[in-house]
Design a protein. Structure first.
Length: 260
């Protein structure tokens, strides 16, 4: 494997400081993901939801952080090219990122380093590597459906132990479909008291029709009064601070099949 170096950035963020319960909840999610892929390799995981503001970016970022505590090379990619949030959450530059690498036909790892940033995770053993969305483009769906995007993901898989993709929501646009097909698995976020059942069913049906591998669901934005074990502070997409809880649930296909 080629030895590569990335620009390292130290950042201060309220998302950086875990409460213990929150940290344990993401560790539990990490463990369940690992158990769901005992028989099938799961190296690239896309995180999506039916609509926006359902905490998929928060889930993506924090899951990548706990993965980085266990695996030496974890990459977080912001594939939400229309409303990117990863660089805002981690306070990173978005001048160069995914779209720039694709537009410039960059598919070799040695040339991709300028599009990847390395950030320190508080109390973490390993750094977290991040590829932000990059410059705004007029045709996100065409770019994400391209052969070049699949080639880029294949190259990154050779140099990172685990890749988390923050994908756009399924229903507003079709961008999540090609991303799910370039991934080994999909994690679907459902916001408590917010996601409409019909919308979630429709979104999951669309992913299934495209033959996406949905490994499980994550229940997000659970009010703290409902579940004190998962209390933590979270800022919604609308930037309005709220005290919320986070309950994590993942359905293991193998375990379900054994129970039948």
């Amino acid at each position: 494997m080629t030895e590569i170096k990335f620009p390292k950035i130290n950042f201060e963020s309220k998302y950086q400081n875990y409460k213990q319960d929150e940290l344990e909840s993401y560790k539990l999610l990490r463990t369940n993901i690992e158990f769901s892929s005992i028989d099938n390799e799961l190296q690239v995981l896309a995180v999506t939801s039916s609509d926006s503001a359902e905490a998929k970016t928060t889930t993506s970022v924090n899951l990548a952080k706990v993965m980085a505590a266990q695996k030496s090379r974890v990459l977080l990619i912001d594939c939400d090219l229309r409303i990117p949030d990863v660089h805002k959450v981690l306070k990173l530059s978005n001048r160069l990122g995914l779209t720039n690498a694709l537009i410039n036909h960059e598919t070799e790892i040695t040339s991709l380093t300028k599009y990847i940033q390395s950030v320190k995770v508080q109390n973490g053993i390993n750094d977290l590597f991040v590829m932000t969305s990059g410059s705004t483009i007029p045709n996100p769906l065409e770019v994400l459906s391209s052969k070049r995007f699949k080639e880029l993901i294949s190259t990154l898989k050779e140099h990172f132990n685990f890749i988390v993709i923050d994908a756009p929501p399924v229903l507003p646009v079709a961008d999540a479909i090609p991303i799910s097909l370039a991934s080994d698995g999909v994690l679907f976020c459902i916001a408590s008291h917010q996601t409409q059942k019909e919308r979630a069913v429709t979104a999951v049906s669309q992913l299934q029709r495209a033959n996406a591998n949905i490994i499980g669901t994550v229940l997000t934005l659970v009010p703290s009064s409902k579940n004190n074990y998962y209390n933590y502070s979270y800022t919604k997409h609308s930037k309005v601070p709220r005290t919320l809880g986070h309950a994590l649930k993942i359905k293991n296909r193998k375990l379900r099949s054994q129970e039948k």
